[in-house]
Design a protein around this ligand. Sequence first.
Ligand code: PLP
Length: 348
Amino acid sequence: PFFKEYNAAVFPDETKLLAKLNANENPYGPSPMAVEAFKKSAHFGNRYAWKELFDLVDKIAVLENVDAKNIMMGPGSSDLLEKTAMIMFAEGGNVVSADPSYMSLIKVAEATGASWKAVPLKEDWSHDLQAMEAAIDADTKLVYICNPNNPTGSMTDHTELVDFCSRVSEKVPVFVDEAYMGFLEDGDTKSMVSLVNQGKDVIIARTFSKIHGMAGLRVGYIVAKETTLDKIQAVTRGGMGITYPSVFAASASMDDVEFKNKSRKLNAECREFVYATLDKMGYEYVPSFTNFILFPIEMDGEAFLEKMTAQQVGVRAFEVKGKNWCRVSMGTMDEMKLFAAAFEKVMV
Ligand code: PLP
């Protein structure tokens, strides 16, 4: 692997942050309709939410245009990334994925006994699909693709990815993590979900944590072939970890189109503001398709985190391709102004 994440020597007390821009959360959520549904249903928290969970699955199946049998729920998509890794790599093998990318599935794969075949992103920050295909060998159990990618915010060409997933999934399952797809205006047309209906062994992860603003309420799901889900569900139950009120909050949030449109629009405005701030200061950045922006800084990552934390602004820092980078999540416009002021102070 070529990239690493910096951690501040002292973990910041997040309650002291004026702007918490370090976890790609949605600052506007949850939707008021979701909060209302959560409150109302809390009274029934003495019950298991079996029927209610099946109702949510049916509703998601309609949205995704797949059969309910193709859906597995989890308390956030992390749960499903981790479970998939534990099951797919129970007998070792390797996982092929981009470097840098989101590490949750890869870390669990490694802890389970697999090795990581890291394939650097291309110059334009898209997945090097050709090199990834070439990296697949007899021991490869899964290919992981995060699109749009974290921590870069970059996107891989849709047609090329459809082609890659269709072909490669004949040999080995392809896991496509679409956590940030909801921030795209045309996210629905960029998903890999329709490949599942074509019988392809593609597993797509989606979450209520990002565009729905429900990171703390923990709801996510994967869409996959029934036989693939059978393998995972033979060992582990997905929806068991979701609380009764969160099931209702997710369902209500699906109906609140206005909230998602608002989140998408304000997120795009904040991105433009950060681009303008960085342009003005002479910094480059990776154009973002998500709710965060990655850009190079000329300062040690750990020192940078400490200085930003001293300004009460929480961000993340990485080393990628031998350079140091800041990843800043989009908060409210007020928070982005605090970020800009802190960044200007820290970088003088
Ligand atoms: N996938 C990606 C790419 C992420 O960035 C995150 C969270 O930041 C997740 C999955 C996990 O999110 P959750 O478990 O809240 O669904």
